[in-house]
Design a protein around this ligand. Structure first.
Ligand SMILES: C[S@@+](CC[C@H](N)C(=O)[O-])C[C@H]1O[C@@H](n2cnc3c(N)ncnc32)[C@H](O)[C@@H]1O
Length: 262
């Protein structure tokens, strides 16, 4: 039977299979159907609104890791903004599920946000010390992650980015960079470091891209636009947005002349 005929027969059934799977507690393999069903359950009051952010982030991370695995993008995963390690755990579990092996570098002050300066003060959402979790937070991240990856496959780098990143000599090429540090000033530091490790195909996930009312003059949006202007050897594909907040991008390095046709 040809693929178009199969598609025509199965097409109307798939949403029903999805709905049934969801009822039975399984997740749909198809993001849009899953989210639509989730929204319906939400409206019926059967679900709380909180898990949706994690769900959408999980889909974005899974999609990014599948992209890296399929395109054979070899490299490490970098995360800027770790807090208690929720997204680092998600990354590790999904990488295991997909079978994508990569080291993980985690950067955080573990003292929360730095002093909020300049345009980052535009809203009162952000303030110095927000997300501060105390000195045991990095240990918590460590014990959380060792359930899903070996201790020598991840490194935690403590400190405020403006102090640690200029001195950091990690140069492993990046497959995926997860930027979840809220502020323009923090994202700017993270991206400045990223310049040294991005390769053709590095995926950038910006978790707070549409914060600051989604205004391009602020936050992670501003930082990445300025970074692209400063680094003309890197170009960027706007890939997809996720949730109300996130944006995925793919980095490209200029094609070397010898790779050109003719
Ligand atoms: C929203 S939280 C990260 C949440 C985490 N990705 C998760 O999913 O649970 C933001 C984190 O970024 C860190 N951060 C933001 N700016 C920073 C900076 N300039 N230097 C170091 N850490 C920073 C904060 O300490 C905080 O833990």
């Amino acid at each position: 039977m040809s693929v178009p005929i199969l598609k025509r027969i199965l097409g109307p059934i798939l949403p029903l299979v999805d709905a049934l799977a969801l009822r039975l507690g399984y997740r749909s393999l198809r993001n849009d159907t899953y989210l639509a069903a989730f929204a319906q359950q939400l409206m019926r009051g059967e679900k709380s609104v909180l898990p949706i952010v994690q769900e959408e982030r999980a889909f974005a991370i899974a999609r990014a890791l599948q992209f890296c695995a399929s395109n054979k993008i070899v490299g490490a995963i970098y995360e800027f903004g770790v807090q208690e390690g929720a997204s680092a755990e998600l990354i590790s579990r999904l990488a295991n599920a997909i079978g994508y092996k990569a080291g993980l570098y985690l950067f955080d002050s573990f003292k929360g946000l730095p002093e909020v300066q300049g345009r980052d003060r535009y809203t009162d959402v952000w303030f110095e010390g927000k997300y501060a979790g105390g000195s045991a937070e990095a240990d918590l991240v460590c014990s959380r992650l060792t359930k899903f990856r070996s201790r020598d496959s991840f490194e935690i780098i403590h400190g405020f980015y403006k102090d640690v990143l200029p001195r950091c000599d990690i140069r492993e090429r990046a497959a995926l960079i997860h930027i979840d540090c809220d502020l323009y000033s923090s994202a700017r530091c993270a991206l400045e470091f990223a310049t040294k490790v991005v390769q053709d195909g590095t995926v950038l996930l910006f978790d707070d891209y549409y914060c600051f009312a989604g205004n391009p003059a602020f936050g992670e949006r501003r930082a990445v636009a300025e970074w692209a202007l400063r680094n003309t050897e890197i170009s960027i594909t706007q890939w997809f947005s996720y949730g109300w907040h996130g944006q995925a991008m793919i980095c490209h390095k200029t094609v070397p002349q010898e790779a050109d046709d003719e």
